[in-house]
Ligand binder design. Structure first.
Ligand code: LHQ
Length: 255
């Protein structure tokens, strides 16, 4: 059985972590299949990506039973988690983490590496790392600091406190909480909306926000000017302006 399943619905690619008996904990095989799925998502026909989990978990992080033989932890992180986290950030389209259930350790880091987090009301969030004497890896110090700010990120990640979906919403960790029964439909609706949006402008916006974290205002204004010049060359910009003039909904093609 595949440890990652990939499906397509029009321009939306859904990537499902698929080890439900182990709450989709990461193995070497799962990393490899996730890497292949993210590579597949680079196809221009894909205009939005959803990452979710099978069963009652999003991901419980590293499979702690499959980790024992990893002698060089840093090399293991570089070869697996780093590859997939950077693939998500460099993917030129929006990536939704559809957090269907428990989200812990590097599973939490992966969710936080995505552009948008939607949570089922059955989801809960656990740092995990500190519970086994580790630091938040796979971007856990980078993304969670940006999402929550240093004081809250530090306090949470060092407490191992279990956060409900409602608390995650109140903290700004997720943007929406949906009843479990309605979750997949809401995720599909949100992803379809993004897939019908001007893909190039969204890709440029994603990159600009990533760069803004370490830029001066002057650098960022220049980056915006260059990106806007690029966006203004797209078919979607022409379509957007034409639709405005004709008082109709724009039909963006991603071109
Ligand atoms: C698991 C796991 C799991 C294997 C649940 N592995 N089986 C990077 C590089 C190098 C080294 C290590 O780490 C990393 C990054 C990391 O991700 S470190 C953090 C690793 N994750 C954790 O420490 C979380 C461990 N899991 C838990 O604390 C709980 O399972 C949570 C809070 C996630 C869920 O609790 P429950 O809802 O009560 O579920 P459960 O504990 O009953 O788990 C269900 C099954 O899943 C169970 O298997 P079993 O055969 O007994 O039914 C668990 O053993 C298995 N499972 N997490 N990470």
């Amino acid at each position: 059985m595949a440890e990652v399943e990939v499906s397509h619905d029009c321009a939306v690619q859904t990537i499902t972590l698929n080890r439900p008996d182990k709450l989709n904990a990461f193995t070497h095989a799962l990393h490899g299949e996730l890497q292949a799925a993210l590579e597949e998502a680079r196809d221009p026909a894909v205009r939005a990506v959803v990452i979710t989990g099978a069963g009652r978990g999003f991901s419980a992080g590293q499979d702690l039973t499959a980790f024992g033989e990893a002698r060089d932890v840093a090399a293991m992180l570089r070869a697996t988690y780093h590859v997939n986290v950077t693939a998500i950030r460099s993917l030129e389209k929006p990536v939704i983490a559809a957090v269907n259930g428990v989200c812990a350790g590097a599973g939490l880091s992966l969710a936080c590496a995505c552009d948008i987090r939607l949570a089922s009301d059955a989801a809960f969030f656990v740092p995990g790392f500190v519970g086994i004497g580790l630091i938040p890896d796979s971007g856990g110090t980078y993304f969670i600091q940006r999402l929550l700010g240093t004081p809250r990120a530090f306090e949470w990640m060092t407490s191992n406190r279990r956060l409900t979906a409602a608390e995650a919403l109140a903290w700004g960790l997720v943007s929406e909480v949906v009843e479990a029964d309605a979750f997949s439909a809401r995720v599909a609706e949100h992803a379809a909306g993004l897939a019908a949006a001007p893909t190039r402008a969204i890709a440029l916006t994603k990159r600009l926000y990533d760069e803004a974290a370490t830029s001066t205002l002057e650098e960022q204004l220049e980056r915006e000017a260059a990106a806007q010049a690029e966006a203004a060359q797209t078919g979607d910009f022409r379509e957007g302006v034409a639709a405005f003039g004709e008082k109709r909904e724009a039909r963006f093609s991603g071109s």
